[in-house]
Design a protein around this ligand. Structure first.
Ligand code: NAD
Ligand code: ZN
Length: 355
């Protein structure tokens, strides 16, 4: 088993990565927990809930399942309330522990419920999508959507442990794997050139879910995200570089209508656009732009943005919450493995949008 430690101002917690971790969940439940609530959705429950419950039953504690409807469309107050309904009707106290079994939607909602139930209870993340394993389960951001904006209501709340079972990715649709791999290569691009090169050499193995390649990619991604988060838990500075490709990607997601492209697909394409913009602003080499495009393509994400119209795309990028005071700040690459945040001339952005 591989373990990555995450340091936060509130203390340290482990990320355990291995095939079959689902059967070892009892190890992450604190000894003084009074009961356990397994929060999941019907899609994941049909595949993994019984195994997770059997593993949790080994703690000898009461285990109650709370199923939420599947999908980003349900990441809202009404669904969040289903968690509180379950916890209160089963009389969970402050020492009850929540377990989030699912993708980023379940993790974000369960985490937010844990942040606010009785002013805060402990929770364990058991991410079941690649995106959740390399990104959303690490770092403590939790929350729900509001009709006027994605992830607009939430809290920072760190889990007590993250349990990553690489085997569960076998039931994930190929498109979701590609989308998760976009966030994986993002870490190489912003922080770790040798890891980017490793991804270039292992793109096919990763898409084929080669266990060794997957374990390493998840481990390195978690290490890099944990490194960033430990230095900047509340996104006052460094953490912003995690948004590489996300400003362009946000315009694609919002412009096409959410759900048309997966988030990771939009980020993959957005990283190609960010590389093109970097070439115009920071002198990022043309040969490296070509490498970014080739790798995004190799992991199975789109490399050409849909034509949203430059004015509309710029408007969409300005309403992205990363745009401070109407000025669009971009995460740009001076070289592979290093990222900076800065404003870019509108003319250069328009050039990239026209590609
Ligand atoms: P998701 O949670 O909607 O999962 C995608 C689909 O796959 C769902 O239908 C789910 O039921 C299904 N699924 C999950 N695991 C499966 C498995 N092993 N086998 C088969 N099907 C499975 O989507 P996601 O991409 O995991 O997460 C997206 C969410 O994450 C967004 O709401 C986003 O805002 C959030 N997010 C949060 C952070 C953070 O830091 N908190 C970071 C990135 C993204
Ligand atoms: Zn993302």
């Amino acid at each position: 088993m591989t373990t990555v430690a995450v340091d936060t101002p509130g203390g340290q917690y482990p990320i355990h990565i291995a095939p079959g971790r689902l059967d070892a969940l009892a190890q992450s439940i604190p000894a003084d927990a009074t009961a356990v609530a397994l929060v999941t959705n019907p899609t994941i429950a049909a595949l993994y809930a019984e195994r997770a419950e059997a593993a949790l039953a080994r703690t000898g504690k009461r285990v109650v399942r709370i199923e939420l409807p599947d999908g980003e469309a349900h990441k809202d107050w009404q669904t969040l309330n289903l968690i509180f309904d379950g916890l209160l009707s089963h009389r969970y106290d402050r020492k009850g522990v929540l377990v989030a079994l699912g993708g980023g939607v379940i993790g974000d909602m369960c985490g937010f419920a844990a942040a606010s139930y009785m002013r805060g209870v402990r929770f364990v993340q058991v991410p079941t999508t690649l995106l959740a394993q390399v990104d959303s389960s690490v770092g403590g951001k939790t929350g729900i959507n509001h009709p006027l904006g994605k992830n607009m209501v939430g809290a920072f709340h760190q889990p007590v442990a993250v349990e990553i079972d690489t085997d569960v990715l076998r039931t994930l649709p190929a498109r979701e794997i590609s989308a998760g791999l976009a966030e994986v290569i993002k870490y190489g691009l912003i922080l770790d050139a040798p890891f980017f090169e490793w991804c270039e050499a292992n793109a096919a193995a990763l898409r084929a879910l080669d266990p060794q390649a997957l374990t390493y990619a998840i481990q390195r991604s978690c290490e890099l995200k944990a490194h960033v988060v430990s230095q900047d838990e509340r996104e006052s500075g460094l953490r912003a570089i995690l948004n590489l490709g996300h400003t362009f990607g946000h315009a694609i997601e919002a412009g096409l209508g959410y759900g048309e492209w997966l988030h990771g697909e939009a980020v993959g394409c957005g990283m190609v656009q960010a590389a093109e913009l970097s070439a115009r602003v920071t002198g990022f080499p043309a040969a490296d732009v070509a490498r970014v495009r080739a790798l995004v393509d190799a992991i199975g994400c789109p490399v050409v943005s849909p034509d949203l119209g430059a004015d509309r795309a710029l408007d969409l990028m300005r309403v992205d919450k990363k745009a401070e005071g109407g000025e669009i700040r971009f995460v740009l690459l001076p070289e592979i493995g290093r990222a900076v945040t800065q404003r870019a001339p509108e003319a250069a952005v328009r050039e990239v949008l026209a590609l």
